[in-house]
Every structure is written in C-alpha cells, then in structure tokens.
Design a protein around this ligand. Structure first.
Ligand code: DC
Length: 241
C-alpha cells in the first residue's frame, strides 16, 4: 500500500479514522488541516491575515514542522509547540480566511505533494478537503468520509466542548457551519468524484469505519502484486524541501 487519500467535512470522523488506519498499516499520516491551522496562526501573529497578497510568501517561509507519526501529532512553529493552540475555537474561527486564498493553497499543496513523494514507501495516509481532487488524485485508495449533519455536530461538540448537550450543539453549529460553507467554495468535499469511494459513517462506530477502510485498502493491495507488507512507521517529520 502506498497512498491513501481521505477527504470529508468537519466532524465526519476522518481524522480519527485516518490516524487509526495509518497506525494499523504502519504508514505515515498527514493531517493537512493542521497545516492550514498552523499557517493561520502564523499569519494572525504577523497581523497579515487580512492581507491576502502577503500570505503566500509568509506561508512559504513559516518554520512549521509537520508531524507524520500517527502516534505523535505534535505541531511545532519554530521551537514552540502549538499542538493545542491550533485547535482552539479562536483558530477554528479564522482559519478559513487563510484557507480560501488560492495562492496560499498552492503553496501548501506543493508542500503536501513533496511529503507524499518522500513517503510513498512504505506509504502515507493523508486527510483533508482536497486530497482526492488536487493533492493526490493518483492515490491508491481514494475515500470521502461523510456523516449526517446531526452526527457531525454531536461528534464535533464532544470533541471541542466535552459534551453534546443542546448548548454545546448550538455553539458547535455556529462554529462549523459557516466554516464548512467557506471551505466548500475552494474544495469539493461534499460529493464523491468518479473513482472516489463514499463512506457514510453516520451509523458506524470509529472501529467499524476503520475496518471498512482497511478492507478497501486490502482489496487494492491484493490487486497490486509485489507491494511491501506493512511495517512499523518510524518517527519522522516532513520539512518543506
Ligand atoms: O480539518 P480541519 O478542521 O482541521 O481543517 C482546518 C481548516 O483548513 C478548515 O477550515 C478546512 C481547511 N482545509 C482545507 O481547506 N484543505 C485541506 N486539505 C485541509 C483543511
């Protein structure tokens, strides 16, 4: 197995599933959303988030260490561990300002493609919004993971607020519905394009969704004789090269 591409909206469960699949198969794991989040934080600190023309050069030069180990997703900007910071509601609230700037996307897509090339062996699982359509359309396994809106809101509320009561659901709806709408203007992740398998995880547990992905990966692997058996992924990071 070499490249597994997973797209989906917020709360679809794609991150949990992608990480578990990478662990199980001994592959690298790239959370492209974390790159957009770190870039947005970097731009906000530079007070350039509202100057789109300045963003591509800023993002190109940001000192981001991209984690590729599914067991350790610590994100660093220079020497600072920003793992928790990039997940705060504040960053979630302004990340689309950066992720909808097309030249910024071009910088990050080039970076992501370089990471894919450097990790084809033993392989890599990537997740985001435009992996199947832009970053790695030649991936061996191509998946779109979705879930009903109520399920996505409940999962995101549990994730962000630690509970899924009506107040937490209302806060989550306010946080993510605008963002999904914004994101959908620059990436197509609501319908599966030709060649991409749709998995609706609404009625599946994370374990069942992982099992479905592993089954698809095994089918593809079986059709490709001579591929390496999975091995334990070493700890590694992806620099911009
Ligand atoms: O998956 P996430 O919520 O961590 O993503 C953070 C933001 O980055 C979100 O607004 C969508 C955007 N994103 C994107 O535009 N393209 C990607 N490949 C990944 C994320």
């Amino acid at each position: 197995m070499t490249v597994i591409a997973i797209d989906g909206p917020s709360g679809s469960g794609k991150s949990t599933v992608a990480r578990a699949v990478a662990k199980e198969l001994g592959l690298a794991y790239l959370d492209t959303g974390a790159m957009y989040r770190a870039a947005a934080l970097w731009a906000r600190r530079a007070q350039l988030l509202d100057q789109p023309d300045k963003l591509p050069a800023l993002v190109q030069a940001m000192p981001l260490s991209v984690p590729l180990d599914p067991c350790d997703q610590s994100v660093y900007l220079a020497d600072e561990d920003v793992t928790a910071l990039i997940r705060t509601p504040a960053v979630s609230g302004y990340v689309s300002k950066l992720s909808t700037v097309i030249p910024v996307r071009q910088v990050l897509v080039a970076w992501q493609r370089a990471i894919v090339e450097a990790n084809r062996h033993p392989g890599i699982v990537l997740e985001g919004r435009d992996i199947n359509t832009v970053v790695a359309p030649d991936a061996d396994v191509r998946l779109l993971i979705t879930a009903a809106e109520a399920t996505r809101l409940r999962r995101r509320a549990l994730d962000q607020h630690g509970q899924a009561g009506s107040a937490a659901i209302a806060a989550t709806r306010a946080e993510i519905s605008g963002r999904d709408r914004e994101d959908a203007t620059v990436a197509q992740f609501t319908e599966a394009p030709p060649g991409v398998t749709l998995i609706d995880s609404s009625d599946l547990t994370a374990e069942q969704t992982v099992a479905a992905v592993l089954e698809l990966a095994a089918q593809v692997d079986g059709e490709s004789p001579g591929r390496r058996a999975p091995s334990q992924a070493p700890r590694r990071q992806g620099g911009l090269s």
